[in-house]
Design a protein around this ligand. Structure first.
Ligand SMILES: NC(=O)c1ccc[n+]([C@@H]2O[C@H](COP(=O)([O-])OP(=O)(O)OC[C@H]3O[C@@H](n4cnc5c(N)ncnc54)[C@H](OP(=O)(O)O)[C@@H]3O)[C@@H](O)[C@H]2O)c1
Length: 247
């Protein structure tokens, strides 16, 4: 059997309507998974791309304004792949940072990620849907501080920590938990940075690959981490950053 194949697997990707989540959903489907494209808005465009390419997909509304929104999403449904991609960012000087900008980011990026993963793992273990894989989308700000993004940096450091604790608890139960730390990728998340000529120039000068990443640069890594080729990888936070952290 091809160890990279995801044939026969059922996957759920959060925030699959756009950006990195959309690219990951397309990539998992290309490897044979049946993909549920979850989002707070419809993910029909992603579903259409997958079906046009000959894959299998459906859409699910999942809004992490309620961080417990996914509590009933997995039971009895046979999912064995979860990609926690949904995320938000708020930029403001730390001296002016509001409680709302703290809570909104922590709720989506960290609390929802944990309780979605808990619901997924409970279903996998109860239904015997293993081997299973969780891929969390972390960030360079799981390692670095960033500027004017305190809740985002705190949440993404938290994602790296959760990736490790969950890997420790579930590795022997057939669930691989890993994370990807994307570098600077051209999506809605980074529109403000790319529109700022000073920040854009300084970012580009530091990336050894010499360009912004594309969502498709992340997608293959996610598919790999969900596959049996990655079966002995547990608790890793893998940089996919054009070399940024190597500088
Ligand atoms: N772009 C980068 O350079 C970069 C670097 C490191 C890490 N990341 C991470 O990569 C992930 C994807 O981001 P992206 O770059 O692809 O940006 P994006 O285009 O803004 O995508 C973010 C996704 O999260 C969804 N989302 C936001 N709030 C939500 C909520 N309350 N409930 C459900 N879904 C929600 C968004 O839905 P809407 O479209 O409805 O807003 C969208 O689908 C995030 O976790 C981000 O932190 C990105």
């Amino acid at each position: 059997m091809n160890p990279y194949s995801l044939e026969g697997r059922r996957a759920l990707v959060t925030g699959a309507n756009t950006g990195i989540g959309q690219a990951i959903a397309v990539s998992l489907a290309a490897q044979g998974a049946r993909v549920t494209c979850a989002g707070r808005r419809g993910s029909e465009a992603t579903v259409a791309r997958i079906i046009e390419a000959g894959g299998e997909a459906d859409a699910m509304l999942l809004d992490f304004a309620d961080p417990m929104a996914a509590r009933d999403a997995f039971a009895g449904a046979g999912y064995s792949i979860l990609v926690n991609n949904a995320g938000v960012i708020r930029r403001e000087d730390s001296v002016d940072f509001s409680e709302a900008d703290w809570d909104d980011v922590m709720d989506v990026n960290l609390k929802a990620l944990f309780f979605t993963t808990q619901a997924f793992a409970r279903a996998c273990l109860k239904d015997g849907s293993t081997p299973a894989a969780v891929v969390n989308i972390a960030s360079l700000l799981s390692f670095q501080g960033g500027i004017r993004v305190p809740s985002y940096t705190a949440s993404k450091h938290g994602v790296a920590g959760l990736t490790k604790v969950l890997a420790n608890e579930w590795a022997a139960k057939g669930i691989n938990v890993n994370a990807i730390a994307p570098g600077y990728i051209a999506t809605n998340n980074t529109t403000a940075l790319r529109a700022d000529p000073v920040r854009n120039k300084s970012i580009l000068e530091r990336i050894p690959a010499g360009r912004w990443g594309d969502p498709s640069d992340i997608a293959g890594t996610a598919a790999f981490l969900c596959s049996q080729a990655a079966r002995y990888i547990h608790g890793a936070v893998l940089n996919v950053d054009g070399g940024w952290l190597a500088r």
